[in-house]
Design a protein around this ligand. Structure first.
Ligand SMILES: [Zn+2]
Length: 158
């Protein structure tokens, strides 16, 4: 029997191989996607047309995950402005201030909030890099930060 001499042709063997080399396959796929952006876009477009409900479900899951993460961060920072202590029931105007002074658009509340997933994750993993501020204090700090002397005093405060 010829087929028995070629176990690598058997579907069970192939499945086991894929199972054992999952990381290797993923890495190869990552490289392929990077080196073939056109093909990737085409594939994505086809997928969107074919499975719109799957795309919607995925977006919804991500929204939920963002919501949960925002909630955890608000709890971690006490859900009030670090400077003036203003709490905000809707949590709409509480913003994450990055102490290094970049990433300005970091509104935490609202239906979506403008804080990016990356910023939220950073705030969860390194809360010491951030301060939770109300919109007013955040604007004031951003405004005063233009003066380097005042900026140093402010950075010492928060
Ligand atoms: Zn404030």
């Amino acid at each position: 029997m010829k087929t028995s001499k070629q176990p690598f042709r058997q579907p069970e063997y192939q499945r086991a191989w894929r199972e054992a080399n999952r990381e290797r396959i993923r890495e190869r796929q990552r490289i392929y996607r990077k080196t073939h952006p056109k093909k990737r876009r085409e594939w994505e477009r086809r997928y969107q047309v074919k499975y719109p409900e799957k795309i919607r479900a995925k977006e919804k899951r991500w929204q939920e995950r963002r919501k949960e993460l925002r909630k955890r961060i608000l709890e971690r920072f006490g859900a009030k402005c670090f400077l003036c202590g203003k709490t905000n029931p809707s949590k709409r105007s509480l913003e994450l201030h990055h102490k290094k002074g970049f990433l300005n658009q970091t509104q935490l509340g609202g239906p979506e909030g403008s804080a990016s997933w990356k910023t939220l994750r950073e705030a969860e993993e390194h809360p010491e890099r951030f301060a939770l501020l109300c919109g007013h204090c955040h604007a004031l700090i951003s405004f005063l930060s233009n003066n380097p002397e005042i900026k140093n005093v402010l950075l010492g405060l928060i």
